[in-house]
Ligand binder design. Structure first.
Ligand code: ZN
Length: 229
């Protein structure tokens, strides 16, 4: 079901690079004390930030920037070896105070709306499940959102993002070179100091160590296989 969309235009956008397809969907949390404060900031010309949409905790979806315009949500980010994530993505903000102001679970009504909106966006642009990313995936050293409480498994069941399920073939010894190669193939900046934390925040929220261990490596192997990369 597609959620109801309320116009709440932001002036913070520009043209997309000519000929660049929209190929990524970036999910964020707002990380501000209230929804009202987040909406005000995303629409304030002085803030220099925006997103295409914001999903409130009750499931209301606010539309800020037309999808054919470049919104300003990802900042300095890289994915699959290329920068200008804003130029080739749709950005969705999801209301949550975040780690700084009282991180809490995302309510069901909100997740229902996120799922419906993501489905619609992916359909319009032909975005694949493998190209739905967290802000923390594309900027692991700067960002933690939408964070370890976000229900990625639920979205993956709906075809939005991937949820790797390691099998026997994914177990076994590893070395640093393989970890770096897996990170790169999965789309990450393997040189980012906090990249493994970002992987765990998304795919192994129960243990955020930031260190390569056999379970994290098995998840990466399964992820790369699921991506067909
Ligand atoms: Zn973000």
């Amino acid at each position: 079901m597609s959620p109801t969309i309320v116009p709440r235009p932001s002036p913070n956008h520009g043209p997309r690079p000519v000929g660049m397809p929209v190929e990524l969907l970036v999910l964020h949390y707002t990380g501000m004390p209230t929804a009202a404060a987040a909406l005000a900031r995303l629409c304030d010309p002085a803030s220099g930030v925006s997103a295409h949409y914001t999903v409130d905790e009750d499931g209301t979806v606010y539309a800020h920037v037309p999808e054919d315009r470049r919104a300003w949500h990802a900042g300095v980010s890289t994915w699959r070896g290329a920068g200008d994530v804003n130029g080739r993505s749709i950005g969705i903000e999801i209301v949550n105070p975040g780690h700084e102001f009282g991180y809490r679970p995302f309510p069901a009504a909100q997740m229902d709306a996120v799922e419906g909106l993501c489905r619609a966006v992916m359909g319009r642009h032909g975005i694949s499940a493998a190209d739905v990313v967290a802000h923390s995936d594309v900027a692991p050293d700067r960002k933690e959102d939408p964070g370890e409480l976000f229900d990625w498994p639920r979205l993956a069941r709906a075809g939005i993002g991937l949820w790797p399920m390691p099998s026997r073939e994914d177990q076994g010894p590893f070395d640093a070179a393989e970890v770096a190669a897996l990170l790169t193939r999965a789309g990450y900046d393997a040189a980012a100091p906090r990249v493994l934390l970002a992987v765990q925040r998304r795919y192994r929220p129960a243990a955020l160590t930031g260190v390569a261990d056999s379970e994290t490596v098995a998840l990466l192997r399964a992820l790369v296989r699921a991506m067909g990369r």
